[in-house]
Design a protein around this ligand. Structure first.
Ligand SMILES: [Zn+2]
Length: 306
């Protein structure tokens, strides 16, 4: 299928998409005129997970004002509109906003208003940095719960799985659930299946990545039987070194085990990908048929938190 006329034109939804990872080199230059587009491209060429974290940091330290956040939101939504994304749950790293010493409320108002200029249905997921600990995460869960009728649909944890195990966050997840929020968690990306089990244990209803579930048949059965979807991001996993190579990516094995999956970009600018590109990759590299991909595209609408 021609990706331009094909997957780009399909109505699509995306569930795992970080606002801060969507900042294209041209927009970075608008934020910091001292940077050349080439310099940003060089920043986005990295090796391994720590290299990725550095690239991500180089973006967030240039987001200084609520207007900067509004600008990158508009730029992202223009790109989503151009490839027929109709529904997006965008993760905003509220944890990083606080870490930078910025006030969260004006940032959220800015991104929410910017998104409202588009006809795409946008909801927000507020993300805590797990290795910053429990108190930090609770503050983010509170910010999310306060906005549950104002565009926030879920709470999640990202960051370093190893240095911030899910087991720490049971109370935070209970609080978020009680506040009417959906629950997701990055897990099974850089740590094995035990990290996915731990995320499920504290109540995660979707798993960000979760690819290392493939190492545990009991976990695969559990995800299949409970219809717990994995937010799979193929290009991201190759770029961060979460998988050894594209060939080694388990997306096909997860799908064949009956686990519900969605396809996502994670950080489309940093990984130089698009949602249509992820569908195209799944077809070309892993032999997904058009019917299978249609089903996966429907999953993304079905498992949204709205
Ligand atoms: Zn992510």
């Amino acid at each position: 299928m021609d990706p331009v006329t094909g997957y780009r034109a399909w109505p699509k939804a995306e569930l795992h998409l970080h606002l801060e990872g969507s900042v294209e080199p041209e927009t970075m230059q608008e934020l910091d005129p001292g940077l050349s587009v080439e310099a940003v491209r060089a920043m986005y060429r990295f090796h391994g997970f720590q290299g990725f974290i550095q690239a991500y940091k180089s973006v967030v330290e240039r987001l200084r004002t609520p207007q900067d956040y509004a600008r990158i939101t508009r730029a992202l939504l223009r790109r989503l509109a151009a490839e027929t994304v109709q529904y997006a749950e965008i993760t905003l790293s509220a944890g990083v906003v606080l870490w930078k010493g910025q006030e969260f409320a004006p940032v959220y108002t800015a991104v929410r208003q910017a998104a409202a200029e588009f006809s795409i249905e946008v909801h927000w997921i507020l993300d805590a940095v797990r290795h910053f600990g429990v108190e930090h995460a609770m503050r983010i869960a509170e910010l999310a719960a306060e906005r549950v009728n104002d565009g926030v649909v879920a709470f999640g944890i990202g960051g370093d799985e190893e240095r911030g195990p899910a087991a720490w966050f049971g109370e935070v997840y209970r609080f978020a659930k009680g506040g009417g929020l959906g629950l997701t968690a990055h897990a099974g990306e850089t740590v094995g299946p035990e990290s996915v089990w731990a995320a499920l244990e504290i109540g995660a209803e979707r798993i960000g990545h979760g690819i290392r579930a493939v190492e545990d048949p009991a976990l695969l059965r559990h995800l299949r039987d409970r219809r717990i979807p994995l937010e799979v991001c193929i290009t991201s996993n190759v770029a961060t070194g979460a998988v050894e190579s594209l060939d080694a990516h388990p997306v096909r094995r997860l799908y064949d085990a009956g686990v519900p999956i969605t396809l996502n970009t994670d950080d489309p600018a940093i990984f130089a990908t698009t949602l249509s590109g992820e569908y195209e990759l799944a077809a070309r590299q892993f032999g997904f048929s058009e019917a299978e991909l249609r089903g996966i595209a429907q999953n993304a609408f079905r498992y949204g938190f709205r």
